[in-house]
Design a protein around this ligand. Structure first.
Ligand SMILES: [Mg+2]
Length: 147
């Protein structure tokens, strides 16, 4: 049986944090990308406490890695050697770092951003689905307002 988490008890003078959890924002963005048929992978990050009670962060792809990796199909084909490869499309890489409203990138995340931008990838800090849509409006050649 699934145990339900108790809602936070509001204390006097201590406002309850009503912002969505980062995991909720991540899920909304992944659902949106799936609906748009955009291939995306989520990188898991976790935290554990060691024996001394210190919080240890672990990542599935190195420190500072963004939460979501998405591939935008730019269409077209490219040449490999002396023949055109059909069905091999140009893809644009977009890394999405998801943050709750008001939260900022950590230093390792800024370093990761600089590294992937150097590789010619796109990088976006997104606080909701609308930030992803804004990115598409700007960079996705298949984007159209009428859909
Ligand atoms: Mg994040």
């Amino acid at each position: 049986m699934r145990r339900l988490r108790r809602p936070p008890i509001p204390r006097e003078g201590k406002p309850v944090d009503t912002r969505p959890l980062e995991s909720e924002i991540q899920k909304q963005i992944l659902d949106y990308l799936a609906a748009e048929r955009i291939f995306a992978i989520r990188f898991n990050t976790g935290a554990l406490r060691d024996r001394t009670g210190r919080v240890m962060q672990f990542h599935s792809a190195g420190p500072g890695v963004a939460d979501i990796l998405a591939f935008f199909d730019l269409g077209g084909t490219y040449w490999a050697g002396d023949r055109e490869i059909e069905d091999v499309h140009h893809q644009q890489v977009l890394w999405i770092e998801v943050k709750r409203p008001g939260e900022q990138q950590r230093e390792s995340q800024k370093q990761f951003q600089a590294y992937v931008e150097e590789q010619g990838h796109y990088y976006l800090v997104a606080r909701d689905v609308a930030d992803v849509v804004d990115w598409q409006r700007q960079f996705d050649p298949h984007w159209s307002e009428k859909r």
